[in-house]
Design a protein around this ligand. Structure first.
Ligand code: 13P
Length: 303
């Protein structure tokens, strides 16, 4: 029996489902039951009948699974897998922005802690941010923590967006020069970037999309060559699902060390020991869950 058989056997015995984000290492994606973007994985977590969810991603994603499936055991194979962007915003930031802009809606990116979600009116992911913010009655929006995504939302919705100025270290490192180099080296390729990249980079791309949108565009467009402006792990799935097409990474800076902390050994150990488990205190879980459920309602994803 090899390691993968051990893992699949343990998974069956634990009645577990293995969810992996699009940025996860190749072998983790191969072992997963579902690979997806943060929105798709939240939906799957809210609907799964499994007793245990092994979340192969980073801490805020596992927390969102706990909020949406409170009766399940949610395991994060490496508790150190965090997100500097999510950790950059605090509940105190939300409270002071709310005090300064009392008429504004507080919209938090899913890349936030549960404590920040608990102070928010609604959550969004990169896949639905424009749709959710457009659906809100308020024209003034406090959005945190990603400043580049906040700017993208403002441009697409025409609303006034106030942000805290946070960034994803990998996405913010992409430059206009990277796009110019890609255009010169791969003329005719479709350049797709994540909305967390700087606005001057987004302005020069063909498409600005979350990772799920990139998967669909790569599948549906007749183009044969794509340049990808998001975390490097994305290329494995795109290449696997589109063998006749080629995919290039826009910049070597697009690499998230936290997403690479998951290994198959850690997944196997987590299933064997039912640890490390992610939990959210009830006083935080209630209001944080409401912000996520409001997102699902506004996107037609609620039950
Ligand atoms: P997605 O919403 O496309 O999954 O992106 C998640 C993310 O953390 C981007 O840095």
């Amino acid at each position: 029996m090899d390691d993968m058989d051990d893992l699949q056997d343990l998974k069956a015995r634990r009645a577990a489902v293995l969810l992996a984000h699009n940025y996860q290492p190749d072998e983790v994606q191969d072992a997963a039951d579902h690979v997806g973007d943060s929105f798709e994985l939240s939906l799957l977590a809210s609907r799964t009948e499994a007793e245990v969810i092994v979340f192969c991603g980073v801490h805020f994603m596992a927390e969102a699974a706990v909020l949406l499936s409170p009766e399940k055991v949610v395991l994060l194979p490496d508790l150190e897998a965090g997100c500097p962007l999510a950790e950059s915003a605090t509940p105190a930031d939300v409270r002071s922005l709310r005090a300064a802009h009392p008429g504004a809606a507080v919209v938090s990116y899913v890349n936030t802690t549960a404590a920040v979600k608990a102070e928010s009116d609604v959550c969004v992911t990169s896949a639905n941010a424009v749709e959710v913010v457009s659906a809100l009655p308020q024209d003034e929006i406090i959005f945190l923590p990603d400043a580049n995504l906040g700017r993208h939302i403002a441009e697409r919705t025409g609303k006034r967006v106030i942000t805290t100025g946070g960034h994803c270290p990998a996405h913010r490192a992409v430059t206009v020069k990277d796009v110019e180099r890609a255009r010169a080296e791969t003329p005719g390729a479709v350049v797709m970037v994540h909305p967390e990249v700087p606005p001057e980079v987004a302005a020069r791309a063909d498409l600005v999309l979350g990772t799920g949108g990139m998967v669909r565009q790569a599948r549906e467009r007749p183009a044969k060559e794509f340049v990808i402006g998001t975390e490097a792990g994305m290329l494995y799935r795109l290449r696997k699902e589109n063998p006749g097409k080629s995919f290039h990474l826009l910049s070597p800076a697009l690499w998230c060390p936290d997403m690479k902390k998951t290994t198959l050994d850690k997944v196997t150990e987590a299933l064997r020991d039912l640890s490390p488990r992610v939990v959210v205190p009830p006083e935080v879980a209630g209001p944080a869950r409401r912000a996520l459920e409001r997102m699902l309602e506004l996107t037609g994803g609620g039950s």
